[in-house]
Design a protein around this ligand. Structure first.
Ligand SMILES: [Zn+2]
Length: 308
């Protein structure tokens, strides 16, 4: 088997993970550089009036399908898990400064906190010399259809400042895994919204497919958006199996091509899965040509990062 050089477009430097551990995982997988992603999440967001009302309405709807989830259950889950995954933009910038050859930094902005918070944080991200912004409709409680003005503000600032966006698509973890609660992260909701930002570079993270219970949940919608907007990319983070799926590979090849597919591992977010495990799947898949593997593992990311 050929060993490919690679750039990992999706790594989480969680506060409890040492940089040595990240570098070791990268070396083991022969990763030249990794995009380190900040995570601006805050459990107190669920107590924001607008967010809480929206969650409660969704939960009420679920009861018709005889699914009963209490708001307090979700709130507890948010307070139990979010603090340990929160990753400060300053922390990302510090790591990039220490290992500029190995790390590229992306910040994050908690979109539901509103207009002035978004403006302030994007300024800060720019000042920290980070190259992009990670957002999650799920954990940052926004919906491009319902919060259009916030998403427009975010995209227009990122386009103007030449910051790429990594945009979570698919479900979320734990109690938030329910598709109804994650619906805001269906990539199809970007249809129309992206019309105004032809120069924005946006990575649809997880190929619309992130879900423990319903793998590939919004893969088709992700392809539809990629087909319509050629400034969109998708990463394989936590869903490398997409490239072992004959139908999915054929759909990517015929409808969008492999020039906008990026390798990402999501390390260390998926328990017991290393960067090497994820890269191995892509190196070994019989469905991609060596040229396509090179594009996905290295060249597409290299070109995108050079443009930032
Ligand atoms: Zn991730």
């Amino acid at each position: 088997m050929e060993d490919f050089r690679a750039i990992d477009f999706h790594v989480h430097p969680f506060p409890q993970v040492s940089p040595d551990e990240l570098l070791r995982a990268m070396d083991e997988a022969d990763i030249e550089r990794a995009v380190l992603i900040g995570l601006d999440i805050d459990p107190a967001d669920v107590e924001n009036k607008r967010v809480r009302e929206r969650i409660e309405a969704t939960l009420l709807n679920l009861t018709m399908g005889l699914i009963f989830v209490q708001f307090d259950e979700l709130k507890k889950e948010a307070y139990d898990f979010m603090p340990s995954f929160r990753t400060e933009n300053e922390h990302v910038a510090k790591l990039v400064k220490l290992w500029p050859e190995r790390f590229v930094g992306f910040g994050s902005v908690d979109v539901c906190k509103g207009q002035s918070y978004i403006e302030k944080t994007i300024r800060k991200i720019k000042k920290l010399r980070l190259k992009g912004v990670k957002v999650l409709p799920t954990a940052q409680f926004f919906n491009p259809a319902l919060d259009r003005e916030l998403v427009d503000l975010l995209f227009s600032l990122c386009e103007k400042e030449n910051l790429a966006v990594i945009y979570h698509t698919g479900c979320d973890v734990g109690a938030f895994e329910l598709p109804h609660l994650s619906e805001s992260a269906n990539p199809i909701l970007l249809n129309g919204v992206l019309d105004s930002y032809p120069n924005l570079k946006i990575v649809l993270s997880h190929f619309g497919s992130y879900s423990a219970k319903y793998p590939k949940i919004w893969f088709k919608e992700c392809i539809d958006i990629m087909k319509k907007y050629d400034n969109t990319y998708a990463d394989t983070a936590a869903v490398p199996y997409i490239l072992e799926d004959e139908k999915a590979v054929e759909k990517i090849r015929t409808e969008v091509g492999f020039e906008r597919v990026l390798f990402g591992s999501d390390y260390p977010a998926v328990i017991l899965v290393t960067i090497n495990d994820e890269k191995d799947i892509i190196e070994k898949t019989q469905l991609l040509t060596a040229e396509e593997k090179e594009l996905v593992l290295y060249e597409n990311a290299d070109e995108l990062l050079r443009s930032l």
